[in-house]
Design a protein around this ligand. Structure first.
Ligand code: PEP
Ligand code: MN
Length: 338
């Protein structure tokens, strides 16, 4: 249920409603909107009718049910699009945001060169994996904490905040010491204990869609994070697995307008994993901008042919620079700035 407060409701009234919600055995989430405040009461769906009694409290306008199974992610609780700040960079606002960097952090020279080049080309956030989810246990697994230290060096050199993947609850505290944003990868998008753990973190979360997840399941995963009290979730479409083998995945750009209709959360698109081939990254990046995405995540490597992971889908530094120039007219046409 959501408790919609009257316009200009006082803080004491909001606090009173939140306290009553808790007394009734529900968890209150206060969502401050531009015009009015709403309080979402989430918990057992079966007895939610008891919340109707809150309508008699001064300051409350009405109590309405949230019909979707994803509650806090839904547009019912927040009609305005959310802006999630990553190390001060606003994702979801008027500015179009690009997260760029290598698939994996390999060595200091590689990550610093990538960071400097993507920064010069206009990217606002740096990516790089220190803990890598690999299909084969014999493939490079990432440098772990050493990789996080190298990311920090590159971040200090450039001023770019860091987005990096957390694969397990076990590594979360360590990664949180270095990262500005926690990435949950496609393979962990329904790892519910990990989702709950990042939901208790103070850091924003970059949630990738699982490769066999429906849009509704994707939103339910976001709901796990939100329901633990972390409102800062960015969704990322990164391609789903289909019968098609010409590309690594099928980048489901349908998901962008569907999600924009159903949720207030900011939307990113990753055309690198979505296509698997560097030459398709720019056209799909343009398409992502055109259909309403707030953000792109793109893999960039100083020397893709020597990359330890995802070299074939990584852009060279100058190819990334060209992409940034070439997406500008699309960004402008979409009514955004870059
Ligand atoms: C990545 O970003 O390098 C990655 C492993 O992505 P995904 O989880 O989307 O496969
Ligand atoms: Mn990758």
């Amino acid at each position: 249920m959501i408790i919609v407060m009257k316009e200009g409701a006082e803080q004491v009234e909001i606090n009173e409603v939140a306290a009553k919600i808790e007394k009734l055995g529900y968890k209150p989430h206060v969502i401050l909107g531009v015009e009015r405040t709403v309080i979402a009461a989430v918990g057992d769906e079966r007895s939610k009718a008891v919340l109707q009694s809150l309508e008699s409290i001064p300051g409350v306008d009405k109590v309405v049910p949230i019909l979707q199974p994803f509650k806090l992610a839904s547009k019912t609780v927040k009609i305005e699009h959310s802006v999630v700040k990553v190390g001060g960079v606003p994702v979801g606002g008027n500015e179009f945001i690009v997260i760029a960097g290598p698939c994996a952090v390999e060595d200091e020279g590689q990550i610093v060169a990538a960071a400097q080049a993507v920064k010069a080309a206009g990217a606002q956030l740096l990516r790089g994996g220190a803990f890598k989810p690999r299909t084969s246990p014999y493939a490079f697994q990432g440098h772990g904490e050493e990789g996080l230290k190298l990311l920090k060096i590159a971040s200090r050199e450039t001023g770019l905040p860091i987005v990096t993947e957390v694969m397990s609850v076990h590594d979360l505290d360590l990664i949180a010491k270095y990262a500005d944003c926690l990435q949950i990868g496609a393979r962990n998008a329904q790892n519910f204990s990990l989702l709950k753990a990042v939901g208790q973190s103070a850091l924003p979360v970059f949630l990738k869609r699982g490769m066999a997840m429906t849009i509704q399941e994707f939103l339910m995963s976001a709901e796990y994070i939100l329901s633990e009290g972390n409102p800062n979730v960015i969704l990322c479409e990164r391609g789903i697995r289909t019968f098609e083998t010409a590309t690594r995945n099928t980048l489901d750009l349908n998901a962008v307008p569907v999600l924009l209709e159903r949720t207030h959360l900011p939307m990113a698109v990753d055309p690198s994993h979505g296509t698997g081939y560097w030459q398709y990254v720019e056209p799909m990046a343009k398409a992502a901008v055109a259909c309403g995405a707030d953000c792109l995540m793109i893999e960039v490597h100083p020397d893709p042919k020597s990359a330890v992971s995802d070299g074939g889908q990584s852009l060279k530094l100058h190819t990334f620079e060209a992409l940034m120039k070439n997406i500008r007219p699309f960004v402008k046409a979409a009514g955004r700035r870059l």
